[in-house]
Structures are given as structure tokens and as C-alpha cells.
Design a protein around this ligand. Sequence first.
Ligand code: ADP
Ligand code: ZN
Ligand code: ZN
Length: 728
Amino acid sequence: MTQYVEVALAVPLRKTFSYGVPKHQSPAHIGARVLVRFGPQTQVGLVVAHSDTPQVSPDKVRSYIKCLDDQALFPETLLQLCQWAARYYFAPLGQMLTQALPLALRQDVSATLETELQWSLTDAGEGIDLSEFKRAKQQLKVLTALNQSPLPQSQMEQIASKSVLKVLQDKGVIQAQPQPFEPDLSWRQQLQTNEAPLTLNSEQAIAVAAISSQQGFQTSLLEGITGSGKTEVYLHLIDAQLKKGNQVLVLVPEIGLTPQTVSRFQRRFDVPISVLHSSLTPKQRLNAWLRARAGESAIIIGTRSALFTPMKWPGLIILDEEHDQSFKQQEGVRYHARDLAVMRGHLEQVPVLLGTATPSLETLHNALSERYHHYQLKSRAGNAAIASHSLIDLTHQPLEAGISPALFEKIGEQLRAGNQVMLFLNRRGYAPALLCHECGHLHQCQRCDAFYTLHKSNHQIHCHHCDDVQAIPHQCVNCSSTLLFGHGVGTEQLEQVLAERFNDYPIVRIDRDSTRRKGELDKRLKGIKNGDYRILIGTQMLAKGHHFPDVTLVGLVDVDGALFSSDFRAPEKVAQLITQVAGRAGRASKPGHVVLQTHQPQHPVIQQLLREGYGPLSRSLLTERQHAMLPPSTHMLLFQAEAHEGQRAYDFLFEVANLLRGYQALEVLGPLPAAIERKAGKYRYHLICQAANRNHLQAIIEANLDAIEQLELARKCRWNLDRDPQDL
Ligand code: ADP
Ligand code: ZN
Ligand code: ZN
């Protein structure tokens, strides 16, 4: 008989806690939540093991207060996934589990679906003499209806008002009870499709045939240029799974992409689809989660954290745009949804499919070394031609809002021909700095090593790093001059200048500022599709997922900034971005043309990308990484520390480095200042650890974690661990 349970709690301690089972109760199931006392507080925790011996002496063990779930919340595989992730990311299990659970379940509430109330007659109501109610017409109507059969709340409200129901309820003749949730599983009996699938071309057919015949766990990379029909491949694979009665989990990078994906899936399949993304209310999210767990949702589509959605009959996991940065969690446990998706496939014994036009070097490495299957789609499937590319050398050119005369000319040509033009600049606001024309002073945020961005439309300067906002100053803080100008170009300025130059052509801007209001992004995207706009301006928000067939010219206003970042992934990211932006345009009758403006026309990354495309370039970059001993050929772990008193953060990392430096298998770099050393008043430092062997890295860190946590400075600064960091 189990006397104790081990409970994982959302506390920053890398251990579980023993609790006793309350008297006369059977122990809470593994995977169920319990309410416990922890110090002076009560907390919700998850039971992860049963035991006969507690971790502390039995007289010190308290019993948990109550059990919140009569069954495990997660299937065992998901519990194992969280355990694996907690270990891999060096995180407390309780923290990982808490992050994996829907927000609503982190509290003392039951994990049951909101269901409708059902009205019926009570025993007293059954025997009642209806003639007594002759004068109360409304009440009589209710009783007569319920005499036939019980009715749900929604129908009852059509018959009588709430007050009438209340009167009868108070008389004790009718009652309302919550209906138990019965999942509707009809999709498993007979799959209904709304539209016929397309006939696959041979590249698509090869991928579908191969992947749909996979048994158990296997990972595949589907590398297909934009518009090559990857989504159509997904739809065929999903179809095959649904026919077997299996559920499919589809992960997409951006919330902006979900409505589009969802509607495409809905057009094809007449099945329940759960959508999980960050703008759901906690209740909506819980409902979607529970329906998926009950097997009612045939398809589950969501962003990063939807990875942890339980499925009753898992069949396939698809991760679209696998290269996308947003799959990496940047707070709490910094997991990578792509890597955990592969691990989940392994634990559930189902295939995993990673799709993209521009594979991350990590995934490419796995595909080329045959750890993953690799399928390629090299031509566009629908009616779109591949865009052509050209370069504009900006050196010695007169620029207006960053645009060269040659690009202005091309824009004019396409507009006059009735086409759409898209300009891409990954910098929002009017200008990235406010410059004094007399003394050269650039207005800097008081709390960050960064300049304020000038936003003319709302008369503000805004620090994009700490969110500090100020009115635009009238005078220079340094010399009191009033000659203050925006320095550099942002999307707002680009829009203003283009609107002046091409005032006959409607213009739309898509960035975080212009789409802040709810529904605004959707509205603007629809406007573009309808042809309401001729000039499209955007940041990388515009580069993701959407296809704009009437766009015939894509201009990348400035690629240099991204190219010269200190991040070793910069060339990979730039090449992905350029390729993704370029992929948005064109159709067969109106092929797209992509123009890159740069001061570095000879840059080898740009050169190879234009000559050979992302495929060959990415393979060259992979070789370079191997020579430089950088990921994915080595494994990286980043310690980040920050403190108002910078020395503490630095000294903490210095001591960590001392603990770790003795190992041959580990290379330790730093402490180094972060790219932006001071942010929101805190000084930030990095310590980079690299190992050729992943297991060595794991073992060395595990062996030292306790000692690191016990360093006195560990409590005097904020710090975290980032395994496989994406941003350096
Ligand atoms: P991707 O996901 O690779 O960007 P999509 O699946 O969205 O590509 O396909 C791009 C366009 O080509 C869509 O309009 C789609 O309907 C069409 N398409 C895809 N596969 C086929 C096919 N086999 N035959 C005809 N059209 C196709
Ligand atoms: Zn000045
Ligand atoms: Zn700031």
C-alpha cells in the first residue's frame, strides 16, 4: 500500500517533495494534481511517483490537502516528455510541468469541460397537478415541456425567462444539473471531407507515399520551396491518419498564421479541429485541451506550447516552418518545440514531419546525416513561377528613406503596370535614432545601452528594449539645439516617403505598431488579398506564411544590418529571411522579381544565395559551422546573469566558469557582456559552454549544478540556463 506520493511543484528547486496520503483515501494517481501546503502557502502540484519511503523522516511529512483529479491529467508519454525536458534543459520538473499545463489547471479547479446545464423535473415535479398552474402560463409551459423530456439550458431559455425558471426551481419542482461531457467521436467512424484533394505531382506523391507508410517513430524533413505544395502534402498525410482514427498535431510558428491554416484544414475535412494559441482565454484553452485529450479533436493546431496537448489516439506530429525562431521558448524552461516534438514522437511512437522552405542548419544536419528522412519539393506546385533576383549596390547612391533611384524606378514601373509592390524593412518606427544636427548627440535610453526609436505618428520616442516611452524632446539634451532629426529609416518613414512619391497608389503598412489593435492584422491582410492596396510595407510580420500572388516586385530595403550581427547564426537567419520574403510573390502569368539593396554586394552569403539559392548556401554554411566547431556540430549551453550591480552578475559567472573550466570535454567562454550590456537598468553577462559530445555536456553540468546553485552570488543576481540558445 502506497503511503507517500512524490509531488513536483512550481518552485525553483530541482527536486520533488514527499507528501503523505490523507487517511482513508487511496493515493492520488501518478499524473494527477494535488493541493499541498508548501511553507506558509498552498500550492497545486503534480504527483510524479508513488513511494513507501519519504525523502525526509516520516514524522516531518505532511499529507496533501486534497486530490484534484481522479485520473492522470497527461498520458504517461507526456509526463515522460516533461521529465526528459526538465533533465535536458536543467530545469525543475515542477516548472516544466507547470509550463506544459494549461493556465487554468495551475489552480485549484477541476479539469472538466464546461458543459451545458440540463433542466428536468424533480421527483416532486413529476407528480404535480398541472391544473394548479392554469393561471401561470409561463410556468405551465415549462412544466409541460419538461414532462416530455429534459432540456438543455439553451432550449429552456427559449421557452421561458430565467426568473420563471428560478420560481419553479425554488418551488422544488424543477432542477438544473450539469450534463456529463460525452466526447463526439463520430469523425472516427466515418471521415467526412468537404473538398476533394488535389492530384499530387510526383515529388509530392513520393513524400506522401513514403511518410504515410511509416510505422512507429521516424522523423522526416520536407524541404520544399514556398508554394511547392507542402501544405497539400500535410493534408494528404492527415487524411490517411484520420481514416485510421488517429489524431494529428500541427504546430505553426505564428498566431497570425493559425486562422489561415485552420480555414484551409476546415475546407478539406469536416472534423472537429482544436486551435490552441496565445490569445485564447484560459477557459477556452482548457476546453480545447480537454477535447483533444478526450479524442474529440481530430486535428489540433497550435503554436509552440500546443506541443504539450494530450491526444488519445496520436497518429502524426507536423511542425510547419520548422526553422522559425518562435519555436524556441524564451522564458522559464527555454525549450525548443521542434526538438521536443521529435522527442514526443519517439515517446508516442508516431512519425514526426518537419516542413520548411529554409531548413535550420540543425535539421539539415540531421537530414544529411540520415538521422531524418529527407524529401524535397523543388518546383512550385500551383500556378506560380519562381521569382528572379537582382542586387542594387547602394554605395555612392543618393537615398531617400533608404531607397535608391533604381528601386524607385522599378516600383514606379510595376505600379503603372497595375501590379502590387512589397517593400520589406525589419525596423519599425520612423527612425531608429533621434540625432542632434548641431552636436551629433544621439538620444539614448537612460536604462539601456540603446537608442530611442523615433515614432512620429504618436509623437514619441520609444526604447524597444525596455519599453520606455517619452514625448519627442524639442531640444537636444546635450546642447539645447532644436535641430533634431530622425537618423536612419524605419517602416513609418518608408510609408510616408512612398505615399508622397506615389500618391495615386493606396499603401498599407504591416508591423507591430500598425496591427496592435485586435483584428487589424487580419483586416489589412484581407485588404491586400482584395487588391485594395498597391504598395505593401512591412517588417518580418509580412514575411511569414502569407502568399500574395499579385505582388510582382519585392524590395528588401536594407539587408546589411542583419548580415553584420555578432550572432553566429546571422548568415543563416538572413538567408532564411530573404528566401522567405522572396517566396511571398508571384504567379505564373506574373512572375515575381526580388531586389536586394546592400552596401555589400560582394558579400559571399548574398552572392551564393543569389547564384545558387538557399539549398546550396545552407549546405556551405553547415560546413563552415563544422570547421568553426559551432552548433550543430557542437552543443552549446548559455548561462545568462543580470543584476543592477553588474559586478555581481559578472562575478557569479566568473565563479561558474571556475567550476566548469577543469573539464577537457567542455570549452568555457566568458564571462562576456551581452549584445546589449545594459537593459532596463540591469547589466547582463553571458557564459558560453560548448562540448563536442552532448552526453559529456549533460554529465558535467549535472555534476556541478548543485555547487553552482549554492554559490553565494547565485542568490544575488538573476540568472538562467539556456540550452541550445538561438540568440547570442
Ligand atoms: P507550400 O505549403 O509549400 O507553400 P501550398 O501547399 O500552399 O505550398 O501550395 C501552393 C499552391 O499550390 C496552393 O495554391 C495549392 O493549392 C497549390 N497546389 C499544391 N499542390 C498542388 C497540386 N498537386 N496540384 C495543383 N495545385 C497544387
Ligand atoms: Zn545637440
Ligand atoms: Zn530602454
